[in-house]
Design a protein around this ligand. Structure first.
Ligand code: AMP
Length: 585
């Protein structure tokens, strides 16, 4: 039987996982029973890792050790420093993935080592590669990276409905994406994508925090923003208030003893109305309008052409967001799937498709797609090309081209007897090559000396399913060829580095297992003590005295956490209990 593949929405603020059971995508709860897990990590003094709600709670006490919104840094050379140790965004994301994997395996009682992970449609190659690396470090083979809007559309069962144009409006905790997707005969084609990697619910929370800080300062003359732990408390309260205002017109924010004054602890007690909240964030919400209109325009459409609007991400629960979207397209968005879970569910359907393809392959049947499964066609959000003479930009793969795809172009030398040509690879739309994002260098050496204009170099760009680019330069005279697989060079993890991170992740799991074994042992020891004490009561006969001395020894071992002594005294005590029971009998 082919192994299970989990669908994971690795979100900026929250993550969510789902698997296919009986043809349906089911959200799998974490160990606390929650359907979504905050993408928050806390690394404690021992190097142990907390993920999710416990990490979020620990933030106020350990602000320096708690990491929020790491997804914003994926694919960059940003490092998180905890106790002088630098962690890459991949490693932190891997901690989240590892926790999800751990909870999933506990829930299912079987190992799951494959995943489909979703990313914003706007993610660059470097960001996708970083996501793949994070999966690998967490012990997951990432079978596919898919775009979040496509996953959402699949979860809505759009592939089984009639042909249509969709708009997926995704406003989460830290990112905003709008995608226009055409669905014809169950085939998805992303026509255009626009967005802002730096806009989301966190920004709304920040506005509320700023307001709280200003009001408090005006009233008490104390600046709450100076203490990091206090700011976390404010942020949590701001988020709570924001969420309440999605259904209520007014809410109260109450934080007791938030600061100290000469006359004692001070309480923050503020009322916030929906209207006031809306006035604080209106410009942020309005900033989604232009990209949305632009996406529709990029797709060569008008708002009237959009048949269905899908809302994704927790921040689309804000009434003003819904009003703004509705106004642009003059249509009601669909509301029949939970915006927090829809992406993970789509990823699960995609993993179901992969699993059934695996099964087909295993049965050595023809490798065709099952009839009612969606085929996904993606569009590249940026053009990909090479830098040429005079810093001109030679685009090989145009923005909004479908992929997987392949493109070729031919170049020559610009100087006589030139024996090497370098092609810097860029991503972007600027005419001046070097103003785009540099990805990697493709350099071909050993060209036979010839007058300029004579050599013919064929450059091929192959963009795979996951938007990882393989660039090849081939000298048509000699047949010599060089290739590079493109992810931004400075952010790419070396194999050695990745192996170290994987090792450390495994060690963390071992430590967690050891901890669990220890906890079980402690519980068993305590219940033995309880049983023994119950049996001997207040008796002071020699057996009772002997039993009590074993109980005391076991208790001392427990206090010291000495596993060896605990085990030894547990054996003694359970033998003693057997003897007591026999005597009683
Ligand atoms: P996501 O990234 O999709 O998990 O979305 C998380 C963001 O949605 C966070 O900023 C949450 O505070 C926000 N959010 C969740 N529920 C609501 C709600 N009912 N109203 C407003 N914002 C919400």
């Amino acid at each position: 039987m082919p192994s299970r593949i989990v669908g994971i929405d690795l979100g900026t603020t929250n993550s969510c996982m789902a698997i296919i059971e009986g043809g349906q995508a089911n959200i799998i709860p974490n160990s606390l029973g929650d359907r979504i897990t905050p993408s928050v990590v806390c690394i404690d003094e021992e190097g142990d890792v907390l993920v999710g709600k416990p990490a979020k709670r620990a933030a106020a006490l350990n602000p320096e050790r708690t990491i929020f919104s790491i997804k914003r840094h994926m694919g960059t050379n940003y490092r998180v420093n905890v106790d002088g140790k630098p962690y890459t965004p991949q490693e932190i994301s891997a901690m989240i993935l590892q926790k999800l994997k751990w909870d999933l395996e506990e829930y299912l009682g079987e190992e799951v080592d494959q995943a489909v992970i979703t990313v914003p449609a706007y993610f660059t190659d470097a960001q996708r590669q970083a996501t793949r690396d994070a999966g690998e470090i967490a012990g997951l083979t990432v079978r596919r990276i898919i775009d979040e809007p496509t996953a959402a559309a699949i979860a809505y069962g759009i592939d089984k409905e009639e042909d249509q144009i969709l708009m997926v409006f995704d406003l989460g905790g830290g990112t905003f994406d709008v995608s226009i997707i055409e669905v014809i005969g169950g085939v998805f084609q992303v026509l255009a994508i626009k967005g802002n990697n730096m806009l989301g619910g966190d920004d709304f929370d920040q506005r509320v925090v700023t307001w709280m800080v200003e009001e408090f300062k005006a009233k008490h003359g104390i600046d709450l923003s100076l203490d990091k732990g206090t700011v976390y408390k404010l942020r949590a309260a701001a988020e709570q208030a924001k969420i309440e205002l999605s259904s209520a017109q007014k809410t109260n924010i109450l934080l007791e003893a938030i600061a100290m004054s000469d006359s004692g602890p001070l309480t923050l007690d503020m009322d916030l109305t929906r209207a006031k909240f809306e006035s604080m964030v209106e410009d942020l919400i309005q900033s989604t309008v232009k990209p949305t209109q632009q996406a529709i325009e990029d797709a060569g459409l008008t708002p009237a052409d959009i048949n269905t609007i899908i809302l994704v991400g927790g921040s689309t629960r804000i009434p003003m967001v819904q009003q703004v979207v509705q106004k642009i397209v003059s249509k009601e968005p669909r509301r029949d799937v939970n915006p927090d879970e829809v992406v993970a569910m789509g990823a699960a359907y995609q993993s179901g498709l992969l699993a059934s393809l695996d099964e087909e392959l295993e049965m050595s049947a023809a490798d065709r797609m099952p009839a009612d499964n969606p085929v996904i066609v993606h569009l590249t959000p940026f053009s990909l090309g090479v830098g040429l003479v005079n810093d001109q930009y030679g685009i090989l793969i145009e923005r909004n081209a479908t992929y997987p795809t392949e493109a070729k172009d031919y170049f020559t030398s610009t100087r006589d007897f030139q024996t090497a040509i370098s092609f810097p690879i860029y991503e972007g739309e600027e005419q001046i090559a070097s103003t785009n994002t540099f990805l990697d260098m493709l350099r071909i050496d050993g060209l036979p000396p010839a007058p300029r204009g004579i050599p013919r170099i064929e450059v091929t760009f192959r963009l795979n399913h996951d938007r990882i680019l393989e660039a090849t330069a081939r000298d048509l005279t000699t047949g010599n060829e060089v290739s590079v697989t493109v992810v931004a060079t400075d952010n790419r993890l070396g194999e050695q580095e990745k192996a170290r991170m994987t090792r450390e992740a495994r060690q963390r799991v071992t430590r967690m297992l050891e901890q669990r074994v220890k906890e079980t042992l402690f519980n068993q020891a305590e219940s033995l003590i309880f049983r023994a004490e119950k049996m001997i009561g207040d008796n002071s006969d020699p057996t009772a005295i002997e039993t009590r001395s074993i109980v005391d020894a076991l208790q001392r071992a427990l206090d010291k956490g000495d596993t060896q002594q605990i085990n030894a005294n547990m054996t003694k005590l359970s033998d003693q209990i057997t003897r007591l029971e026999a005597a009683e009998y």
